[in-house]
Write a protein that binds this ligand. Structure first.
Ligand code: J2J
Length: 549
């Protein structure tokens, strides 16, 4: 066993020592590894996880993850190593996640919608020793991309590819070790894994999360949502996303000893049948999925009887829609405003209907510090005034992984993280999200960093300037519009989309619309004036101007 002081550490920006000590003294940081979430139930035969026909008990979960971790350790991987993981919503996602944590290997869980560019960016930053992916994904149907990854990340030492047929029992064969005494998890104050930032910059950024900070956010979320062993959660959003993972998400449910039911995606009819079949009590959705659920529920004879709570978050949720949830879905609503960087706000279960329908709640912890400032002057905003949200606290990170320059902008000198959201706080401390200052499009909860797409468009030989902006959309809240300046008047949207796809970006990042402009409006310092551009595009949309087709 390697001692706590001998293993290789993964670097991250620590909290100042005095604050860390106070978080420990208050019991917020409990000094336990995330694997305790499962292992605290290791003698329970209760069902932890349902995936298709498979029911996995806590005892089996704990044992399998021990075996897998031992296998990983025996193959020479351990603390200091990182893993690039990309799996769909299947049981193996959690089994491997906990196995990696037990072995002290820090994973980054890419979304299943991510493609070559995103995975390459993560690999280039982390230099992972291990790749875990699915043969069902178009990137991994053959070995071409794996070879590419080998070149980017020379230390890639192991690859585990899951096929449709691979189930965890075979995985345990794969590592064929039955002893669990090989591994030594890292200290709880160290990095457990990396979350993904929605981002606003050219390269996707990674968020180191420690065992201590993440475990606290899960315990506190489970408490706020009043989870118990009777809670049955449908995981219909991408399992790797921070929201269904930790707010309170599947990890909150495991912590409470409840049951997680996997759904491949939020498609309402399949989800409704899983809810009925497995007596699901709660789930989490983004607003665009709620619209589909409300429509589908209208065609049903009876409500979903077991469903007690629907959480909605990830993007702005219109009060008019929020109001329809209790009557049309027959369950309570909880709004969740969170971020992979840390801070999560909840409306509370016993709040008034007005707060639940019109606000995004308030921070989960008394130790969360919030500042709302005027983006121009930096002055504190009064209650009721809109300002930029800054936050620090026991589960809000202190720096993106190896991104000193960006961190200098993203944090104040006092360590407050600037989320880029524009919010308003009412007299009771409840926050309402009213907009954002970060250059990001929130497409139904999926975040697109404008700069990332603009940089790719600028690589096109016929494009001399590009700007990605959001346009309002009834279903998704926002869609993306790419305004491009080109010498070629015959440039077609379909060709540009194809071009971006060949560069290897996730489909949700492909611009929904394109417009060809002679020039882009510029600010006094010569940057693209997106405010003016947005106004121009909104006016043109009104007169029905044709988009590039
Ligand atoms: C408006 N905007 C919201 C909301 C997030 C729980 C819930 C969501 C996320 C998440 C998460 C919003 N109304 N209710 O990690 O644990 C926008 C804000 C925020 C950004 C973060 C969680 N809830 N947003 O969505 O890292 O702009 O996390 O800063 O993907 O989503 O995005 P992300």
């Amino acid at each position: 066993m390697s001692g706590a002081d001998t293993y290789r550490r993964i670097e991250f920006t620590p909290w100042p020592e005095a604050l860390a000590q106070s978080y420990r003294a208050q019991g917020l940081w409990a000094g336990k590894p995330l694997s305790d979430i499962i292992d605290r139930h290791c003698s329970s035969e209760a069902t932890a996880l349902i995936c298709g026909q498979r029911h996995i008990s806590y005892a089996r979960f704990s044992q399998l993850t021990d075996q897998l971790a031992a296998g990983l350790s025996a193959s020479g991987l351990g603390p200091g190593d990182t893993a690039l993981v990309q799996l769909p919503n299947i049981a193996e996602f959690y089994l491997l996640f906990f196995a990696l944590l037990k072995a002290g290997i820090a994973p980054v869980n890419a979304l299943y919608s991510h493609q070559r560019l995103e995975l390459t960016a993560y690999a280039a930053q982390l230099k992972p020793s291990l790749l875990i992916a699915s043969r069902g994904h178009r990137l991994f149907s053959d070995d071409v991309f794996i070879e590419e990854l080998q070149e980017i990340a020379p230390p890639l030492r192991q690859t585990v590819l899951l096929s449709e047929q691979t189930q965890i029992e075979n995985l345990a064969d794969l590592v064929s070790i039955n002893r669990a005494d090989h591994f030594a998890p890292v200290a709880a104050s160290e990095v457990a894994f990396f979350q993904l930032s929605g981002g606003s910059t050219g390269t996707p950024k990674l968020i180191p999360r420690t065992h201590d900070d993440y475990y606290y956010s899960i315990r506190r979320s489970a408490e706020i949502c009043e989870l118990s062993a009777a809670s049955r959660y449908l995981c219909a959003l991408p399992a790797a996303h921070n929201y269904p993972l930790s707010s309170p998400g599947s990890l909150g449910i495991f912590y409470a000893g409840g049951t997680v039911v996997m759904a491949p995606d939020p498609e309402p009819l399949h989800c409704f049948s899983l809810i009925e079949q497995h007596a699901v009590t709660m789930t989490a959705l983004v607003p665009s999925a709620v619209t589909l659920w409300l429509q589908a529920a209208a065609g049903r004879q009876q409500p979903l009887q077991t469903l007690k709570l629907l959480q909605v978050g990830g993007a702005s949720f219109a009060p008019a829609l929020a109001q329809q949830v209790p009557s049309r879905l027959g369950c309570a609503l909880q709004q969740v405003f969170g971020m992979a960087e840390g801070l999560v706000n909840y409306t509370r279960l016993h709040d008034s209907a007005e707060k639940i329908f019109t606000t995004q709640g308030y921070p989960m912890s008394d130790a969360d510090e919030i500042r709302i400032i005027d983006p121009e002057t930096g002055a504190m905003a009064a209650d009721g005034e809109t300002g930029m949200l800054l936050t620090r606290g026991p589960y809000t990170f202190r720096g993106y992984y190896r991104a000193a320059e960006h961190n200098a902008d993203a944090f104040t000198a006092e360590g407050f993280y600037s989320s880029g959201d524009l919010v308003r706080r009412d007299g009771d401390g409840y926050l309402t999200v009213v907009g954002r200052v970060k250059d990001q499009i929130n497409r139904g909860g999926e975040k697109i960093a404008a700069e990332e797409i603009e940089n790719l468009l600028l690589k096109h030989p016929q494009i001399s300037a590009a700007a990605l902006i959001s346009v309002a959309d009834d279903r998704l809240g926002e869609k993306s519009l790419a305004c491009v300046v080109s010498r070629d008047p015959a440039l077609k949207a379909v060709a540009l989309r194809k071009y971006l796809r060949t560069l290897g970006i996730a489909d949700y990042k492909l611009p929904d619309k394109f417009r060809l402009l002679k020039t882009l409006p510029l600010t006094a310092v010569g940057k693209t004036d997106k405010k003016t551009l947005r106004r121009m595009m909104a006016e043109q949309a009104k007169v029905g101007d044709e988009a590039l087709s």
